[in-house]
Write a protein that binds this ligand. Sequence first.
Ligand code: UDP
Ligand code: MG
Length: 313
Amino acid sequence: MKLSLVVPCYNEEEVIYEFYKEVRKVFENKIEDYEFVFVNDGSRDKTADILKAIYKVADNVNVVNFSRNFGKEAAMYAGLQQTCGEYTCVIDADLQQRPEVVLEMAEILDNDENIDCVAAYQEARNEGKALTFFKDSFYKLMDKITEIELYKGASDFRLMRRPMVEAVLSMTEYHRFSKGIFSFVGFNTKYIPYEAQQRAAGESKWSFSKLFIYAIEGIVGFTTAPLKVASFAGLGLMLIAFLYMVIALIVGAVTYNITSAIAIITLILFMSGVNLLALGIIGEYLARTYMQGKNRPVFIAKEILTYEEKESE
Ligand code: UDP
Ligand code: MG
């Protein structure tokens, strides 16, 4: 098998068939030996039915049906597990990422055996200014406080050789942040620019709050730096409090009058705030240790359809 396409799908009834047709059209006479791994991430629309219909007529389609919505990260993980291609690509179902780019990536891997992965990044984002600013700041912050390198504008859209796929699968953590995982496993990655298209149909599944939670996932998943921030802030505040006390004592001694009730209240509020912040940060890590300790599966598939099984029937 030359190439596997992992396609996470959540409520994509409007585009999924179009996506399938488009890939077939683009790949025709270019790549013969390829397979689809569609992961239906607990869609509430007709996605599952459409995928089953495609599965029935095609001879290179696998479908993993989740028992509920586990999120794109879990869907990618499940999809990668099913692949057997020499090259494996993670691609969105909405045709924002063109199949032509996959061919471009494959050609790069064909021609240079030193490259293990080709990742596409967006040069210009067709998004709102606020969102772009938020994303850029996130990348800068991640770059500063973690050891992993995130390439600006790069998404999960990438083509990997088998050893890298195996490496990604060997990271079995429950809270998955693939951009970090791709970087963590290393391997030689080449970045090529691509232009994200408008969604062919349907709407984006990512709200600002979902993205914000995802960003926290990235930070907490790959660095313990925030824990240190709490300690340093605590230390700094203790120093300030000590200075404040000395000044208050001197002023009090000179004027025989300490009217610092307001200052004390402010200080108490401030310090409680810092305490809570530090506790909250510790809580984030604790929660993850707790969840990982449970050793829960990243996803639960209620059904896995493979074309191999279909052939043997
Ligand atoms: N997706 C998924 N599970 C989710 C959310 C999204 O499998 O819980 C899939 C979705 O079907 C699509 C891809 O992840 O194929 C990217 O999602 P979307 O297009 O909504 O994100 P955007 O392109 O706006 O970043
Ligand atoms: Mg999209």
